[in-house]
Write a protein that binds this ligand. Structure first.
Ligand code: ASP
Ligand code: MG
Length: 410
């Protein structure tokens, strides 16, 4: 949300939803840039800030927009009230600044909604067991919205974001990228984990667990935009619901890219039981997420090279940890490269079709793009390539899987 004009537009959407016969609960985020501003204040006040007090500060952005939206709705003649996280309450567990929703008490909320009062709930915030304000981690109002939808058994959870849906790939790279009408939870999770940041990842896993149907729509809408009931955005649905949508089935749903990976090669590691455990245990203990792993074919003298990827932000720490364990692991050199990108092809259709990976490797080879590492899951194939070739690879693959929109000039 940004400014009172945006709030008026949001109020207008909400008012129309109510007029269409829905009981409506709205979960709001802070105004654009506001949370960043509040985080900066905390850093300035005390660089070693106490996360509990950080939560008090950053949760305020959503409190402001919830009150303003209720006021704006009232000005339009609607009945509305705000429900702060501690008032519902939204019970959370886990550490401050990254708490998780445990459950939401919905009786009072539902009673109020049944009286025709629109419920306005600040996202991102909750209440800890010891009675303190908590927040859910950046982007957490997506998760709040899904949690509220689950608690009140909503027909649908519409999330208005800064994109108007989930695309086959990044439209800034491929002009012919298409907006998907439907994607499954699993696909959305894979796309989120590989850099297509539309929703907070946790909101998608929660929606999958609770069976909440989520629609991603643009928040930059005119007052005469098509109503959300016409499903103008992208619906995130279960595998079963997708099964019923024959027309929507396709082999590959999306192509994601992620430039925030770095490659690490350890040379001349002993080729014997326990060697890889020595490498990856210290990294796991330091909560460093290792993604792709390859153990190269053995060299002579019982030695091998091991290649893997870590988030670029953890590269320096990874190097330091490996050096500290040099004797235990027994390697010759650590070679690193952060000029790499991970390109992933995602689609539930792969579960029942062979050849998706082969198509990928062939298409990349035809353009002379070298594959440095590979990883797969049931619905995803990822390759690591030179970062400079990211855009080319995404375009080539988008075409190879027949995802290009026919009607837009390339
Ligand atoms: N305002 C919070 C943030 O910027 C939560 C959200 O917008 O989802 O991270
Ligand atoms: Mg957001």
């Amino acid at each position: 949300m940004a400014g009172t004009e945006r709030i008026r537009r949001v109020a207008n959407i909400v008012r129309k939803q109510q007029a269409a016969g829905h009981e409506v609960a709205v979960v709001v985020s802070a105004m654009a840039g506001e949370t960043d501003r509040l985080v900066t204040f905390c850093r300035e006040a005390n660089p070693l800030y106490d996360p509990a007090e950080y939560d008090v500060v950053v949760a305020s952005g959503e409190q402001v927009t919830s009150g303003l939206l209720a006021l704006t709705l009232q000005a339009m003649g609607c009945k509305a009230r705000s429900w702060l996280g501690w008032q519902l309450p939204v019970h959370t567990e886990g550490a401050h600044a990254k708490a998780r929703v445990r459950d939401i008490e919905s009786n009072a909320l539902l009673a109020s909604m049944a009286e025709g009062k629109i419920a306005v709930i600040p996202g991102f915030q909750g209440l800890s067991d010891d009675g303190r304000v908590t927040t859910l981690g950046r982007g957490g109002s997506d998760t709040s919205a899904v949690a509220v939808a689950a608690a009140i058994h909503a027909d649908r959870c519409d999330i208005y974001t800064d994109v108007d849906g989930v695309y086959t790939t990044d439209p800034r790279i491929v002009a012919r990228a298409r907006k998907q009408k439907y994607v499954t939870y699993e696909e959305m999770l894979e796309l989120a984990s590989v850099g297509a940041k539309v929703l907070q990842t946790r909101s998608v896993s929660l929606a999958m667990k609770e069976g909440v149907r989520v629609q991603v729509l643009s928040s930059f809408i005119d007052d005469d935009a098509p109503p959300a009931d016409n499903l103008p955005g992208t619906m995130i649905v279960s595998d079963e619901e997708m099964e019923g949508l024959e027309m929507e089935r396709q082999l590959v749903t999306g192509i994601a890219h992620d430039k925030n990976e770095a490659k690490v090669i350890l040379t001349r590691v002993p080729d014997k039981p326990g060697a890889v455990a020595h490498i990856f245990t210290p990294l796991a203990d330091a909560s460093i997420n290792v993604d792709m792993i390859i153990q190269n074919v053995g060299r002579e003298k019982g030695e091998t090279d091991v290649t893997f990827t870590v988030p670029q932000a953890d590269l320096a720490r990874t190097q330091a940890l490996l050096e500290a364990k040099r004797d235990e692991i027994g390697f010759n050199r650590v070679i690193t490269d952060s000029k790499v990108a991970k390109i992933s092809v995602v689609g539930v259709g792969m579960k029942s079709h062979a050849g998706v990976a082969a198509t990928m490797f062939r298409a990349l080879a035809e353009r002379g793009i070298n594959v440095q590492a590979i990883s797969t899951s049931e619905i995803k194939v990822s390759v690591l390539i030179d970062e400079d070739e990211t855009e080319l690879a995404v375009r080539v693959l988008h075409t190879a899987y027949g995802l290009d929109a026919p009607d837009v000039a390339a």
